[in-house]
Structure formats: structure tokens, C-alpha cells
Design a protein. Structure first.
Length: 313
């Protein structure tokens, strides 16, 4: 792990290429500054006298096996790269390179399947299953965001399952809620992120994500699935409304505010789960009895971590 490296250590291992900058010394020697990443951090690295093959290997977003040593330069640790090989993303365990959900893929799949089995409305269930079939691989691995909350491997699935579990509890308390509609809203509210985000490694916004956004993409997917399955009726309209309104307010990115009971509850559930995870992330970086830094996602407030949380750890 990068956090464990020290001056003079071997730096052989697998890394993600975060960024690359080409340069030339005063003596005319070409070099690349390569920022390498694993789940413990990022380290600046140098590849001297690079060639065309190096340019193909060391591209942002690539996973590479690096042969190199750590050196200290101007009081800063960096890796001197001797060589690098491009690695197939499917041949390694990504949890060594990027942060991941504490829940395994199999745990989350089992939870998801249990939730799907509770849906009774045939039209709603068919639409949900049709969309999940289309995005199965991406939904199981994608982060839920680029930053702030659930911004890690399997984060989208963890966030979705967590929201469904909250919704199930609320439906038990508030009997007036339409269970199938609310659960389908939880299941599909962020499905558009499978198109909005570029992937698990080096996550950025896609062109569709920047120009359309995941709320509209999600509503379009419901429309497409309903037409493919020859389903019409109020459920289709209500599902689209749930997705389009789940950010709660126009200023938060929803083109329409929640106008049904289920849409209102969905927006609350999404906000609760996202903000609790943002707090978990901030609290993991401090000790009990301390305040967090100002949290942008929480109105710039600084939150206090109870001393008892330190004792529990």
C-alpha cells in the first residue's frame, strides 16, 4: 500500500494511473510525472526517458503493474518507475486499489433479491427487472457519486439497498404508503447513474451525465422499459415522477418537486441515507471528542463526534 511506503522501499505492485503530465528537463531529457493510486492514497512518480509504449501503458484510468523504488526528493516521497505493464481490470481484485463497500457483492445481491421478491404489482416489478437486466454489471459495481457519499466500489448498490430497507421500515409504520411504488422508487431512483458516471476507476461524468443528468436518464429508462413491455397506466407515470422529484427541490436538481406521498418520503429517505454516509466518512477521519471540518454537503457545518465513539473503536 502507498501509505506504507518509505524511502528506499521497493514499490513493485498494482496501481491505478490517476493522472499523467509529460515534461522535459533543462538538458532535453523527456519524462512523465505519473500519479499512482491505490485505496490508501496517491503518490507522485517519475518515468524517465519514456517511449511510445510507456505512453500507452501510463494513461489515466489504466491499471498498471509497476516495477520501481521509492526515493525522497525535496522532502517528499515519490516512486522512480523502471517499467510498467498494462493489467486487465478483470484479472485483479479492485478492492486492493479503490475503496469499496464493507458489504460484499454477494451480500448485497442477496439483500437486493430479497427486496425484489417482495414486490407484488406485476407492472412495477416487470419494469424494475427489465431495467436491472440492462444495467446488471454496472449497478453491482458503480459508485453512487464522485464524492460526498457512497463514492466507492459497490456504493450505488449499497445506497439503493439501504434506502429500500429504510422504506420497508417506514411502510410498516405508515400504512398509507404504497409499498410497491415506494420500493420501486428506491430501487430505480439512481439507476441513471449507470449512464451518468463513467465507471468505477477514475470516475468522471459522461457526456450524457453532464448534458442530461441521472434523474432524466432514469425517467427515460422507465419509459423505454414500459414501451418494450407494452405496459401503460398510472404506475409508469408515477415511477417517472418518483425519479424526477427525488432530489426534493428545484434548487437541488429536481425538475419537479415531490407531489405524491411516496415521492415525498423517497426524497427524505435519499437525503437521510446520503447525509448519514457523508457523516460516517467525515467521522472516520477524526477521533472521538473532535469536530469535523466544514462539510459542504451538510450546509458547511462542523459536526461533533461523541467521545464514546472513540471508546467503541
Amino acid at each position: 500500500m502507498i501509505k506504507d511506503l518509505k524511502d528506499g522501499y521497493s514499490a513493485k505492485g498494482y496501481y491505478i494511473v490517476k493522472n499523467v503530465i509529460k515534461g522535459v528537463t533543462n538538458n532535453g531529457l523527456s519524462y512523465m510525472t505519473v500519479f499512482l493510486q491505490d485505496k490508501s492514497g496517491i503518490i507522485e512518480s517519475k518515468k524517465w526517458d519514456y517511449d511510445d509504449e510507456d505512453l500507452e501503458v501510463f494513461k489515466a484510468g489504466n491499471i498498471v503493474y509497476v516495477d520501481g523504488d521509492t526515493i525522497e526528493y525535496k522532502d517528499k516521497l515519490q516512486i522512480k518507475i523502471y517499467s510498467g505493464n498494462l493489467i486487465d481490470v478483470n484479472s485483479i481484485d479492485l478492492t486492493d486499489l479503490i475503496p469499496a463497500s464493507e458489504l460484499s457483492g454477494s451480500e448485497l445481491k442477496n439483500k437486493l433479491n430479497s427486496i425484489l421478491a417482495t414486490l407484488k404489482n406485476e407492472s412495477i416489478k416487470k419494469i424494475v427487472l427489465e431495467i436491472f437486466k440492462q444495467y446488471k454489471d454496472r449497478f453491482l459495481t458503480y459508485p453512487a457519486a464522485m464524492s460526498n457519499h457512497h463514492d466507492y466500489l459497490r456504493g450505488l448498490m449499497e445506497h439503493t439497498v439501504s434506502m429500500c430497507e429504510i422504506a420497508q421500515s417506514l411502510c410498516s409504520h405508515y400504512k398509507s404508503l404504497n409499498y410497491d411504488l415506494l420500493l420501486a422508487g428506491c430501487l430505480l431512483h439512481d439507476i441513471g447513474k449507470c449512464e451518468e458516471l463513467s465507471g468505477v476507476i477514475g470516475t468522471t461524468y459522461t457526456k450524457e451525465g453532464s448534458l442530461v443528468g441521472h434523474l432524466v436518464i432514469g425517467a427515460m429508462l422507465v419509459d423505454e422499459a414500459a414501451k418494450k413491455l407494452n405496459i401503460d397506466g398510472e404506475e409508469v407515470l408515477l415511477l417517472k415522477h418518483l425519479i424526477l422529484s427525488h432530489h426534493g427541490k428545484l434548487e437541488f436538481g429536481s425538475p419537479i418537486p415531490p407531489l405524491t406521498r411516496e415521492a415525498l418520503i423517497l426524497s427524505f429517505i435519499d437525503e437521510i441515507d446520503a447525509k448519514m454516509k457523508a457523516l460516517d466518512k467525515a467521522f472516520s477521519e477524526i477521533e472521538g471528542g473532535e469536530f469535523t471540518n466544514k462539510l459542504f454537503a451538510l450546509d458547511g457545518r462542523m459536526f461533533y463526534k461523541l467521545k464514546s465513539e472513540k471508546e467503541e473503536k
